[in-house]
Design a protein around this ligand. Sequence first.
Ligand code: TRP
Length: 458
Amino acid sequence: MTEKRTSIHGQWSSRMVFILAATGSAVGLGNIWKFPYMAGENGGGAFVLVYLVCILLIGVPIMMAEILLGRRGRQSPINTMSALAQEAGASPRWAWLGWIGVVAGFLIMSFYSVIAGWALAYVLKAMSGDFVGFTGDSSAAAFVGHIGNPGITTFWHTLFSVMTGYVVARGVKSGLEKAVRILMPALFVLLVLLLGYAINTGYFDRGVAFLFDPDFGKLSREGVLSALGHAFFTLSLGMGAIMVYGSYMPGKASIATTTFTIAFMDTLVALVAGMAIFPIVFANGLEPGAGPGLVFISLPIAFGQMPGGLLFGTLFFVLLTFAAWTSAISIIEPAVAFLVENRGLSRRRATAVVVGLAWALGLLTVMSFGGWGFTFEFAGAQKTDGIFDILDIVTTNFMLPLGGLAIALFAGWVMSSKDTAEELGSGETGLYHVWRVLVRFVAPAGVLLFFLHSLGTF
Ligand code: TRP
């Protein structure tokens, strides 16, 4: 029935490289910057528990679906969806899924690059010994001063945009594969080191209790929706990034095994980051609900005190930048692949267009912290960072879960079980049936329930 397609953009050299690239996409600012501050804002344990359930029951099956669609379609998400819809005799409107993903990608990249720019700037600060003698107050003041200066943050945002464009323009294969192989393990080693420091603060138990003792009274409606949204964000799901990476995946690799590996690594990094950060937060009298500044304020205090802090601080922010870098390329790859396929642009041109647009949009986030911030209420929670918060909420809490829902419905209901079983390579085994139930019923119902809950319906 289906002729085997090949991607015009090339293919990862092995299954291992696909795992590294997809893990590189998944592990990023979401794990180290966003997860701790979201857990902090939402009272800790109960948020973490809901988040873990979302990863396992919704994220993992949808990731398998997204990889499967990509590998079968072998094109940018827009073209993959039209090809697969046609193959299944379904409406060509499924291509909209790809379009919404491209828009979400622009919006996400716009703020992602600004935050990654903060990390980049902090490399220089760490190297110059700025953190030495930091207290909770002085570290917070330094951070607020930094992000409140739009000239400086625009500079670093620009640099990060160019770095991302550079890699994407060269093709994901050349250069990046090697980089991730060394950098991802290095990041992990550093996190463990920080964990060691956190254990010695004397506040480790309190940090761990904060993360793992669920107190559902502290979980707002917004918190529940954010846990779902964050599960999508951290696994890079719902907008075609994992789909496009799947389209470069070797045909024979097992989708289930790779998905579990990626989701496991991603979750581990987030939890270790949380266990490293919260003890430092409590030991220094900081506020766990401090918001986006949490990591940038708490860790420099630790680096300013520990022996070798200059070196470790520098390394940490270098690696955080690299983690963000390997994620950012996946955020813009769907749009770039589309422009190359459908508009006949060279990869370099296509990248320049996409990066340029996302960069300009990013100035809104720069200004959200640089004087234009405003406060509003969302689902019962106070938001203080204006347009940045809006971009974050619209993409993470709405576009990604809705994109994921559509992916689940397509893989579960539109495609035939024969086709999905063939692509998953598991035949009609027990595991396949578990996946199919999850993707047809559990994941879609889960997403809908979360939406209804946050709208206050029940
Ligand atoms: N998962 C990455 C992180 O946690 C961010 C990311 C990369 C992403 N690609 C994405 C988020 C696609 C949403 C969609 O930092």
